[in-house]
Ligand binder design. Structure first.
Ligand code: GDD
Ligand code: MN
Length: 362
């Protein structure tokens, strides 16, 4: 057979009822659109999905890769890549939650030069059907955590999608970690690519059978996330910001102590000056210790940068002064103690701002 345009990898574990329906639907969609092959990677499903796949291969361009046991979703996809000969590689679930009807849209984007095309539940127009409150919260939480820890996921609305298409050289020669469920995230961190695009879709209701996502997979996910974050140096960056924040708190309190005790300024002015000292201190430290050598979009002039940083920290100043006045005047708290609580508020604000600032890091 000539090299097809698309190799579609479908990992399966106990999907015997869903697979024939899916394959038929894929064929309906693609037969007049482009050449394709389907690669079913089955982990010796107890319900003999692999047998069903072999039967399908008589009528459809289906290749079956049967592995000896349940080795996981990501590793199944990686195995599928090895057997794929298409110009583009696609990945989709077998349980009918990923509608094949949008495949032409995905392929179109890829043909237009996008290296990675994500079928996205969270892009504008995308949806999730029939998810309970808990699964929604877990999904959004996982997505947020991913964006905090993995910079490569930040520009993407659905970095945890299981439905996507890539150009084959995105992963060619790249060593991918086969642990867990989130193979797309792995590709986003390690793959060779320049642009990503997202096509919205509705994540449907599962066909027959049960989801294989269990507690163990959640643990795997966290481990995977941590490892990726460490690889790209993001964990250390977050830790450095934490250290800077704690030191900043000390700087603030130290200046406040000196000014209130040894100058004639009242405590509000003292606090403003201490805050400025703290801001300049954390600015300098994050410049030399965290952002050094990084390509953040920011002014080249250091004074301008410091001013911009001040603007970023303005919310922190308001929080600190607000808490200081409120606690001291209304609740009669000793002003030094009030300022301590105010500073904590400011430091938390500044920490969040720092992270937000580096989110813009490319
Ligand atoms: N070969 C193989 N081995 N296939 C597996 C394994 C495995 O160990 N575990 C799961 N699969 C197959 C399933 O048979 C199905 O075709 C597909 O992988 C997805 O499994 P589900 O169990 O249906 O996962 P899900 O619906 O909870 O999760 C999906 O949606 C998530 C988005 O919330 C996946 O696409 C995830 O990658 C995605 O993040
Ligand atoms: Mn599913």
């Amino acid at each position: 057979m000539e090299k097809p345009v698309l190799s579609l990898i479908i990992p399966t574990y106990n999907e015997r009822e869903n697979l024939p329906i899916l394959v038929k639907r894929i064929h309906e969609v693609l037969r007049d659109y482009c050449s394709y092959e389907i690669i079913v990677v089955d982990d010796n499903s107890p319900d003999e999905t692999w047998k069903v796949a072999e039967e399908l291969s008589v009528y459809y361009p289906v290749k079956v890769v049967k592995r000896e046991g349940k080795l996981g979703l990501s590793s199944a996809v990686i195995e599928g890549f090895k057997h794929a000969s298409g110009e583009f590689l696609g990945v989709m679930d077998a349980d009918l939650q990923h509608p094949p009807e949008i495949l032409p849209n995905l392929i179109e984007e890829a043909k237009n030069g996008k290296d990675i095309v994500v079928a996205s539940r969270y892009a504008k127009g995308g949806k999730i059907e029939n998810w309970g409150f808990k699964r929604k919260v877990v999904s959004k939480g996982a997505r947020f955590l991913t964006k905090v820890l993995v910079p490569q996921a930040r520009g993407i609305k659905d970095p945890l999608s299981g439905y996507f298409i890539i150009r084959r050289d995105v992963v060619e020669g790249v060593e991918l970690n086969p642990v867990g469920y989130k193979i797309l995230l792995e590709i986003l961190v390690k793959g060779n690519y320049e642009n990503v695009s997202e096509v919205p879709f509705t994540f449907g209701t599962r066909g027959m059978g049960k989801s294989k996502l269990n507690l163990g997979e959640y643990a795997n996910f966290l481990r995977h996330l941590y490892r990726l974050s460490e690889t790209v140096g993001e964990v250390m960056k977050l830790v450095r910001y934490m250290v800077i924040s704690v030191l900043a708190l000390f700087v603030n309190m130290f200046f406040f102590f000196i000014l209130t005790n040894y100058s004639s300024l009242n405590y509000i002015y003292s606090s403003i000056l201490s805050l400025e000292a703290m801001i300049l201190f954390s600015f300098a430290l994050s410049e030399i210790w965290v952002l050094k050598g990084e390509q953040v979009k920011r002014p080249t002039n250091a004074v301008l940068r410091a001013l911009k940083y001040n603007a970023f920290c303005f919310g922190g100043i308001l929080i600190n002064i607000g808490v200081l006045c409120l606690f001291t005047n209304v609740f009669d708290v000793y002003y030094f103690v009030s300022n301590f609580f105010g500073s904590i508020g400011a430091v938390i604000w500044n920490y969040a701002m720092n992270i937000w600032l580096t989110w813009k890091t490319k």
